[in-house]
Design a protein. Structure first.
Length: 346
């Protein structure tokens, strides 16, 4: 007979093996509109009512709802009329489209794009390169050309990144006192959520979002209203085009997309453009120095393998990249959350 320890270990392995099922339950409930419907209804609903309004089978919906209850994404109340379902605080705040802190768009991006790339993780490990060609039948030579393969896909990615910064942005921007920097460039700033957090936190600052022309066009049309006078745009490719002078450059989740050579190339350009006394703020998910964790960052690093040319790094690895470009007085702040911050000065 196996020991209690064997049983506990086997349970862990089974949980790990079925982990993807958890993700798919949340993805599916978001995609079908379960959480939005329950928020809009203003009252608990039966599985039959939810199925009828969302156009699904009753048997399938009931099982999906019960799984969401098990995941604490829904609550259930047994009444004389039967089971009635309602959102929990978690789903109301993070999984409904209308919430200011909604993570709906990043959840949908993981469901429709990232999940498909991860199907080929074994191939990515064997080959050491991203898997866009297998997942979507398109060239993987230019990762962002693949990511932005259609306007719909680009919009999905930008909305997803905005979701992340709506809950993570203020914490990393407040890790250091950035108030001395009034002229800021957000390289690869995408949909502008981080820039908006920045001007809110530092009202004397102006932020220029530097991104590809097609990204800037979508950001102006979809995400950054014209009345945001503290936010401006600069169209270009910061690897191939010049980088204008500024006091501070923000690189949020940029370096993790690229190998060390590309990172050194970009940071050297940033250092050359930076005003004396200015600096660069890196926002990344930091690995422990022995790379033993955090688990989220280890998984992000695998995601960089299947989707980009980069990887997640330790604070020491990022510091060496900054030093090689000429930056000094490097400070590291671990926020205790998903994303951390490093500040280097010129």
């Amino acid at each position: 007979m196996g020991s209690t320890e064997d049983f506990d270990c086997s349970q862990v392995i089974l949980q790990y093996s079925s982990g993807f099922l958890v993700s798919k339950v949340m993805f599916t409930a978001c995609e079908l509109g379960v959480f939005d419907l329950l928020l809009e209804s203003g009252e608990p609903l039966s599985s039959d009512a939810i199925a009828a309004r969302l156009g699904t089978s009753t048997t399938g919906m009931e099982r999906l709802l019960d799984a969401c209850v098990g995941l604490k994404l829904l609550a259930v109340e047994l009444t004389q009329e039967g089971a009635l379902y309602s959102n929990t605080d978690i789903s109301n705040i993070y999984l409904t489209k209308s919430s200011p802190k909604s993570q709906y768009h990043i959840v949908m991006y993981y469901s429709s794009t990232v999940y498909l790339c991860w199907h080929y993780l074994a191939d990515a490990v064997r080959e050491g390169r991203n898997q866009y060609e297998r997942a979507f039948g398109i060239s993987s030579e230019d990762p962002f050309g693949a990511m932005y393969r259609s306007e719909e896909e680009m919009l999905k990615f930008m909305a997803g990144q905005n979701s992340v910064w709506s809950i993570c942005g203020r914490g990393v921007l407040a890790a250091f006192d950035l108030s001395p920097f009034t002229q800021i460039y957000d390289l690869g700033g995408g949909g502008g959520a981080l820039a908006r957090e920045c001007v809110s936190l530092y009202p004397n600052s102006t932020v220029t979002i530097y991104d590809l022309p097609k990204v800037v066009q979508v950001a102006k049309e979809q995400f950054v209203p014209p009345e945001e006078h503290q936010i401006t745009f600069h169209e270009g490719d910061f690897f191939n085009d010049s980088i204008p002078e500024a006091e501070l450059y923000i690189l949020s989740k940029i370096l993790h997309d690229w190998d060390d050579d590309k990172c050194r190339q970009l940071l050297a350009k940033v250092y050359k453009a930076c005003k004396p006394g200015g600096g660069v703020l890196l926002i990344e998910s930091l690995l422990n120095e022995d790379k033993s964790g955090p688990l989220e960052t280890q998984l992000f690093s695998l995601n960089m393998l299947v989707q980009t040319e980069g990887k997640e790094r330790t604070a020491e690895e990022y510091s060496k990249l900054l030093e090689a470009a000429g930056f000094g007085e490097i400070q590291v702040k671990r926020t205790g959350k998903i994303y951390d911050a490093l500040l280097g000065r010129k």
